[in-house]
Design a protein around this ligand. Structure first.
Ligand code: CP
Length: 315
């Protein structure tokens, strides 16, 4: 089966079959990482441009490694030193990269819909690496991959997404991906950062629970979101101490969880706020495995998007 798409912009529009195809394709790529040569020639001659207009450690490095492990060339455009600072529009920057014959643009941007805007205006493949509060599809996919690897299936899992749901693109991609794959999702966090239309959008497979103890009872996994500290200044989050007490995943609350409940976090973590070190580094945590899996999943995405344009000998 082929992924008949030019771009990856979101998980909302992906079918269960398409998600499964990406996850299945990532499996052999992950196996490569245990070999001394972690590279295949699949995307030799292709160029992946990394256009990150917002800070990133994991996603940017992960896409660069994914491209390099597929033998593609990478072009990292340092945005603070680019003509974006002189007021060049996103579309003009994209068209400039396209004129240089790059094959992919991996875009992170502060505005919702920025990746879709580029996708509509350019012929090159666009991969959304996080746009505003909209979606972060490859984060959603790597979370799904990690859950499937650990739990064998996503169908029927009880997954809690914990934290500032309102501003989280990771939460949105997770909710779309998890519900499409048949998981039951509980959103937990302070009412001030809980979008009231979530249940309406996603239907009965999404529950909202403001009490952490009740939310995590019976959960197979908890995906802990980063608290964006600026939300405190906006008055949306109580003091960080109060947040930690009510919604922080702390070792003293471990007894509330099932013995095999997995702990995920997209990173970067605020240790001592949304999660404490004992939980982040404990036996239930799969946080660093998520990072490893991210490369395999991004390799799969690049490989599958390129599918239609790969020369036959490299397929
Ligand atoms: N998870 C995630 O998007 O992390 P970065 O901001 O470091 O890329």
């Amino acid at each position: 089966m082929k992924l008949n798409r030019k771009d990856l912009l979101d998980l909302e529009s992906l079918s269960a079959k398409e998600i499964e195809l990406i996850l299945d394709t990532a499996v052999p790529f992950k196996k490569l990482f245990t070999q001394s040569i972690k590279k295949v020639p699949t995307l030799r001659g292709k160029t992946v441009a990394l256009l990150f207009c917002e800070p990133s450690t994991r996603t940017r490095a992960s896409f660069e490694l994914a491209a390099k492990r597929l033998a593609a060339d990478t072009l990292d455009l340092p945005v603070p030193f680019s003509s974006i600072q002189k007021g060049e529009s996103l579309i003009d920057t994209g068209k400039t990269l396209e004129a240089m014959k790059v094959d992919f643009i991996v875009l992170r941007h502060v505005e919702n819909g920025a990746a879709e805007l580029l996708a509509k205006n350019l012929k090159v493949h666009i991969v959304n690496a996080g746009d505003g509060t909209h979606e972060h599809p490859t984060q959603g996919l790597l979370d799904l991959f990690t859950l499937r690897e650990k739990k064998k299936t996503i169908q029927g899992l009880n997954v809690v997404i914990l934290g500032d749901i309102l501003h989280s693109r990771v939460a949105r991609s997770n909710v779309w991906g998890l519900t499409t794959m048949g998981a039951k999702v509980t959103l937990c966090g302070p009412p001030s950062v809980m979008p009231q239309d979530f249940q309406k959008i996603f239907g009965r497979s999404v529950k909202i629970e403001y009490d952490l103890r009740k939310a995590v009872r019976g959960a197979d996994a908890i995906n802990v979101l980063r608290i964006q500290k600026e939300r405190q200044l906006e008055g949306l989050i109580p003091s960080l101490e109060e947040y930690r007490e009510n919604y922080g995943l702390e070792i003293k609350k471990k007894g509330w969880l099932k013995k095999d409940c997995l702990i995920l976090h997209p990173g970067p973590m605020n240790r001592g706020v949304e999660i404490d070190s004992a939980m982040a580094d404990g036996d239930r945590s799969v946080i660093l495995e998520q990072v490893t899996n991210g490369i395999a999943v991004r390799m799969a995405v690049l490989y599958l998007l390129a599918g239609s344009t790969l020369s036959p000998d490299l397929k």
